[in-house]
Design a protein around this ligand. Structure first.
Ligand SMILES: *[C@@H]1O[C@H](CO)[C@@H](O)[C@H](O)[C@H]1NC(C)=O
Ligand SMILES: *[C@@H]1O[C@H](CO)[C@@H](O)[C@H](O)[C@H]1NC(C)=O
Length: 221
């Protein structure tokens, strides 16, 4: 689910498009050839492909310039340097300083550059960009006011339409007798053996919001 209301996020995505164009131009002993045309690949192979593309200084400058020119359209750039309550402790991000740092820093690959831009902007914790594959987690409040992490009640309604050709891959990974559909609305008891909020917090540090991640043990309902 991509919500393009966030100008900041949109331009990070524009940067990623440029990166994939460079990828297409690089073709000798190409780690990307291993994974071309495949739907599911080993993350290590994907990383090898992404990190094989060097930074093109002209494109890097263009990306930074485009992002820099969009910042004045975003009202919160100034206050995110020292965010007001209730974000006082959570957000301290000076994007102009960040861009200056990124501009002068060298990167082993174009992927590392993009990762830095992406993580830096996500430090705003401006949760307008979410992602799910295929069980988005949401915070639901029950009638007594207790909040808990759940799989979104309409998760399957969306994933079965958006990723219709991938459902069999995910279902094959589930324990016997559990279908993706049966997980709609399930309470999440732990993620990677820890309280779900540990994963929510860890993930927010990287994604700027939170998204489905890792192993989810569920209570059937
Ligand atoms: C971003 O734009 C401002 C204002 O035009 C300029 O002073 C600054 O040097 C630019 N930063 C980068 C990294 O290009
Ligand atoms: C999801 O689909 C089920 C039927 O499969 C339907 O009953 C339910 O209303 C749908 N939920 C939403 C939010 O669309």
């Amino acid at each position: 689910m991509v919500n393009t209301r966030s100008i900041l996020t949109t331009f990070v995505v524009v940067g990623s498009v440029l990166a994939s164009e460079i990828t297409l131009q690089t073709r000798q002993s190409d780690p990307c050839a291993n994974i071309g045309g495949q739907k599911w690949v080993d993350p290590a192979d994907l990383r090898a492909c992404f990190t094989s593309v060097p930074v093109d200084p002209a494109i890097k400058e263009n990306i930074i310039d485009v992002i820099n020119k969009t910042l004045p359209f975003h009202a919160s750039v100034n206050y995110q340097i020292s965010a007001p309550e209730p974000f006082t402790d959570a957000v301290h991000e000076d994007l102009l300083k960040d861009l200056a740092r990124i501009s002068s820093q060298s990167y082993d690959s174009d992927y590392d550059l993009h990762l830095d831009i992406s993580k830096t902007f996500k430090n705003l914790k401006d949760a307008l960009f979410s992602n799910f594959l295929p069980i988005p987690l949401v915070l639901l409040t029950d009638a007594s006011g207790t909040q808990a992490v759940h799989i979104a009640p309409e998760a399957y309604n969306v994933s079965s339409v958006e990723f219709a050709d991938q459902i069999d891959v995910w279902e094959a990974a589930l324990p016997k007798g559990i279908t993706l559909k049966s997980l709609n609305g399930a309470t999440v008891l732990s993620i990677n053996d820890a309280d779900p909020f540990a994963a929510v917090d860890a993930n927010a540090e990287i994604t700027g919001t939170f998204q489905a991640l890792g192993l989810v043990r569920i209570r059937e309902h």
